[in-house]
Design a protein around this ligand. Structure first.
Ligand SMILES: Nc1ncnc2c1ncn2[C@@H]1O[C@H](COP(=O)(O)OP(=O)(O)OP(=O)(O)O)[C@@H](O)[C@H]1O
Ligand SMILES: [Mg+2]
Length: 203
């Protein structure tokens, strides 16, 4: 294991259960006496909350690339304000979404270009890469049915099929970092797999 504490990210399409599983993971790790910082994007900081409002609102026009840049600004603020200091203190970080979201959503599914988004993300994160990324994999019809209100991005239904496929391919390309978990099951069953993947890296 590396010298620094674990940086864990949860990825997956809208409504797959990232927030549900991150909450459970945070609690379980605290019960096991680990120090944990839980963050999410867009919106883990004060700037992020404002950016989230802009990004999720209907009716605003963005080009695909400007959307990438707004997410990038949010991510950098989260690194500077939350993730970086937490890792420096020796705290485990559980983040809902990180650079892989931009690669899957805007880079691949949104057509901005995978390599363009990857190189921008390398600049934004200065190479900070999660130690473990959990992909909560689910069919979009199942995940969207869980959510009463759909935001601007979620309304692009078929888009999420492309995002799901992008995630699965990205995960397969880097199997040492990613663990793919079937997220269509009850939350407690999904969590068993989440906790066992994390535990394997911690002890
Ligand atoms: N395994 C599950 N089975 C059924 N419902 C679930 C499951 N996990 C989460 N839910 C419910 O589905 C909805 C979406 O879950 P959650 O908010 O955790 O997803 P998310 O990935 O964080 O979504 P978003 O991308 O919008 O942040 C919530 O109402 C949640 O209670
Ligand atoms: Mg969420």
């Amino acid at each position: 294991m590396s010298n620094r504490p674990l940086f864990i990210t949860l990825e997956g399409i809208d409504g797959c259960g990232k927030s549900t599983q991150a909450d459970r993971l945070e609690k379980a790790l605290i019960e096991r006496s680990w120090h944990v910082t839980h963050t999410f994007e867009p919106g883990g900081t004060a700037l992020g909350k404002r950016l989230r409002e802009i990004l999720m609102r209907d009716g605003l026009l963005f080009s695909a690339f400007s959307e990438v840049l707004l997410f990038a600004a949010d991510r950098r603020q989260d690194i500077d304000e939350v993730i970086g200091p937490a890792l420096a203190r020796g705290t485990i970080v559980v983040a809902e979404r990180f650079a892989d979201s931009s690669v899957a959503y805007q880079g691949v599914a949104g057509g901005v270009g995978e390599e363009r988004v990857r190189s921008l993300m390398n600049l934004v994160t200065e190479g900070l890469t999660p130690d473990l990324t959990l992909l909560l994999d689910i069919d979009p019809d199942v995940s969207l049915a869980r959510k009463p209100h759909l935001d601007r991005i979620e309304q692009r239904g078929s888009y999420l099929r492309d995002v799901r496929a992008a995630y699965l391919r990205i995960a397969a390309d880097e199997p040492e970092r990613w663990v793919v978990i079937d997220a269509a099951r009850p939350a407690s069953e999904v969590f068993e797999d989440v906790l066992s993947a994390v535990t394997r890296r911690l002890y």
